[in-house]
Design a protein around this ligand. Structure first.
Ligand SMILES: [Fe+2]
Ligand SMILES: [Fe+2]
Length: 268
């Protein structure tokens, strides 16, 4: 089983400053084309939030026009730049999206149980899961007796050392860690929001952030309270699951690079 994780597309409308600077729709289109044409073609794609930049209906229409070209099933999560009602309205055929309340759901039918959470607090850059969603998560984790579980959520449940981004972090990360700590079948917690590849062990599992299909956040660790973005290459993650080896994560650039050489069946 192969899952592609795309994140933080921040799709915006033509003429907007953001579109001019980052060309986010073009960059997402390039990522979709890359996924479709890859030799490592995923079984499904999960987009971990900040799907659009300002949560506006016209942005979701542009998003829909791009992601509907994906040649495999795809699933949408909400981030702090999203608006849950506009998102739902633009994807009425995505029956897995709850009709009201949090956009949290389970993707079933695979060798892993995939649980998607909603960390969106309307109008705020920070994230929060809330008591009701944490109870729901606890029940979903307890109900799974045979398979490993992978959790998807926009805000990572850990501080990263990028202090300005951490100020926009998950408010109830301690409560989330409490839930995670009570279960030993969580294979991974997969997030976005940071626009960088970052990993941290939490409880008995690994949490990690996926880079953006558009722009990345500057790597400024420690007491540096600056915030900036860079044009480091757009990336996405490929999570490869086998029963024997578990979940192994690779990152892939959206751009194709020239092959230096190949050798069939050889040892380097
Ligand atoms: Fe983002
Ligand atoms: Fe975000």
């Amino acid at each position: 089983m192969l899952i592609a994780q795309l994140s933080d597309c921040h799709v915006s409308a033509p003429g907007e400053e953001f579109t001019e600077l980052y060309k986010t729709p073009d960059r997402l289109k390039a990522a979709v084309d890359h996924v479709n044409g890859s030799v490592n073609k995923p079984d499904l794609v999960i987009l971990t939030g900040d799907l659009v930049n300002a949560g506006r209906p016209e942005e979701y229409e542009i998003l829909r026009g791009i992601v509907s070209d994906l040649e495999m099933p795809y699933y949408l999560l909400s981030g702090n730049h999203d608006d849950n009602d506009s998102l739902r309205a633009a994807f009425p055929d995505h029956a897995y999206l709850p009709k009201d309340g949090n956009l949290c759901y389970v993707i079933d039918g695979w060798p892993l149980k995939l649980i998607c959470l909603d960390t969106n607090i309307p109008g705020k850059p920070q994230g929060n899961l809330g008591e009701a969603q944490l109870h729901w998560l606890e029940r979903e984790l307890a109900a799974e007796k045979t398979r490993k579980v992978v959790i998807f959520m926009h805000h990572p449940p850990f501080n990263t050392g990028l202090v300005t981004m951490d100020e926009m972090g998950l408010l109830d990360m301690a409560d989330f860690a409490g839930v995670i700590g009570r279960h030993d079948h969580i294979e991974r917690v997969l997030c976005g929001h940071l626009h960088r590849a970052i990993q941290k062990r939490i409880g008995g599992t690994l949490a990690q952030c996926c880079p953006s299909t558009s722009h990345q956040v500057m790597l400024l660790l420690g007491d540096n309270n600056e915030l900036g973005t860079t044009f480091e290459p757009p990336e996405y993650l490929l999570h490869y699951w086998t029963e024997e080896d578990g979940l192994v994560t690779h990152s892939d650039y959206v751009k194709d690079y020239k092959v230096a050489w190949t050798l069939k069946g050889g040892v380097m």
